[in-house]
Ligand binder design. Sequence first.
Ligand code: NAD
Length: 247
Amino acid sequence: MGKLSNKVAVVTGAAQGIGEKIAERLLADGASVAMLDVNLEKLEQTAIELDGSGERARVWKCNVADAAEVKETFSAIYEQFGRVDILVNNAGITRDSFFHKMTAEQWNSVMDVNLNSMFYTCQAVIPGMRDQQYGKIVNVSSSSSWGNMGQANYSASKAGVIGLTRTLAKENGSKQITVNAIAPGQINTDMTRDLPEDVKRMATMLTPAARMGNPAEVASVVSFLASDDSSFVNGECISVSGGFLMV
Ligand SMILES: NC(=O)c1ccc[n+]([C@@H]2O[C@H](COP(=O)([O-])OP(=O)(O)OC[C@H]3O[C@@H](n4cnc5c(N)ncnc54)[C@H](O)[C@@H]3O)[C@@H](O)[C@H]2O)c1
């Protein structure tokens, strides 16, 4: 029996990277996991790798930036599992540019995927969580929420995630719902793969751990926040950055 046995979790952006490792970890903890992503082909491949039987891992193609798609997807998840105990809002994108060159499309697409999506997904689960008087929401922010060159859109979206997290924590805490965020530093995924070498070197230099993190090291913190081990932790944003935010 894992610590999340009989729990139902939803993980967005679960096809690869940090989301894939979160889904893997929650499955290992015993949860059933609804895995959502825009990239259905990759998502299906990942789900087969994580749970070939398909007993506890189910996939839904869902663009979390699309309100109607999110509504439809969560209806199907409730139909399938009957409840949602854990929501991990992980899907995210970057469209980096210096602010004076940034297009409205770059700004809006990042706000839509990284922040507005959480309005849709949280609205889809909070009424059910309030009724069942139980819920764990984990929102993925970023160390870039403190401000980062070339990432005005991304930083603003990830800072917005923290404000949303704290407000939902205050509004729903009395219903045994916790809402927390994590702020990863530089993690080894496709998102950081193509960053210029000097940017990666600089980030590593500013990280006391003197290396990039791995997705599994982020997933273990999500596992803590998704379980009753963190029952009295609410409205926090935990940095998972090897000490980057301390510097
Ligand atoms: N990698 C890092 O260094 C780092 C640091 C801080 C925060 N983060 C955050 O962690 C989260 C995961 O990032 P990652 O590094 O694993 O990135 P990634 O690009 O490897 O994976 C992101 C996943 O989200 C999916 N996705 C993108 N847009 C989507 C949409 N509209 N709807 C549904 N799914 C969508 C992608 O298809 C992909 O599977 C993001 O929110 C990111 O901002 C990453």
